[in-house]
Write a protein that binds this ligand. Sequence first.
Ligand SMILES: [Zn+2]
Length: 413
Amino acid sequence: MNARTAFDLIFRRAATRSSDTPVDIGVSDGRIVAIASRLESQAREIDVDGRLVLPGFVDSHIHLDKACLLGRCGHDHGSVNEAIRAVAAMKRDFTVEDVYTRGARVLERAIVHGTTRMRTHVEIDPRIGLRGFEAIKALKRDYAWAMIDLSICVFPQEGLTNDPGTEQLLVAGLRDGGDLIGGCPYMDTDPMAQLEKLFDLAQAFDVDVDLHLDFDLDPSWWHLDEVLRQTERRNYQGRVAIGHASKLSALPPREFDAAAARLARAGVAVTVLPATDLYLMGRDATHNAPRGLTAAHKLVEKGVLCSVATNNVLNPFTPFGDCSLLRMANLYANVAYAGISEFDTCLDLVTGLPARLMNLRDYGIAPGNPADIIVLDTTTGRDAIAELPDVLMGFKNGRQVFERHSPVRFPPG
Ligand SMILES: [Zn+2]
């Protein structure tokens, strides 16, 4: 192409996951406009010297509103219910400024670890009202320069049908900036009625559904069948995700395969949240503890859309977190016994697959898409999972968002 004046910026010699040899990536007006082995241009150049470029990490499940609470509560919450109770007690005192400050801390760390898209759940109920939601909307606005489409999922953490006033607040959230609806049927005195109501609201507002489904290791009962039934009844295939799904980790192979086939058929996606699942599951065991981590890469093999995501950061649900999705994918790969030949799928679980789960239509290093590009200090996807390389720089719409410098060694002499 005649490209001498067509580019604002060129990435030279970039390793991509779709090409065997390094390519040049031409950017104009914030968008990728050309990819070729050599682009002629006088534009500003960034020579990435054969390093791997990705379109950024996609965090499909995080809770910005209840992040960074360590030090504010007593510690050693060992169970899901204790964690929910601890946060519920603190939540009453949350202010808009408080949620904003803690959420900003998470976003700023996520940005420098290369996250470019994110879906955050936000708790809404009569105690917190819309304060958390207002703070998240402000964060979405203020961090759009680094993270377009912070998607906001409004959800009732403490029950819906048993918590008068919650439904009206969810409706208010959906009317005023909520992008989709979530839920937590296991916290409701009537889980089936909660699911029915959530799907009613989703259809009424034409938004996707992202549920916290099960959070234990007893596969003798679950709400999965009802989620699949509602999805199919309402033609919501491709618009529903379930988070944790830890019961799937407790299934023997034949039942696991059957569940995978049903999830794939219904078009329901699964998000695995390694840091939280590993922290909260299997605590009753005195030894040989089950890890409670559903094998997302095995589900992917069977046609289920899956992602691996952050969930909680530094709170009673998960007292860890550096907001690095690459680290999360590495943790997942290690604990889930992913083979080396499956490392690429593990990287997909924090990039292209969650982008599909979120129904993002403009994600990927391809002409026409926004120039959202991160550069990793390695050359292949497999090595990215194996080595946890530094993310050296990131760009949003062709504008540089951050840079990380390599450590310098000072040998004697
Ligand atoms: Zn969650």
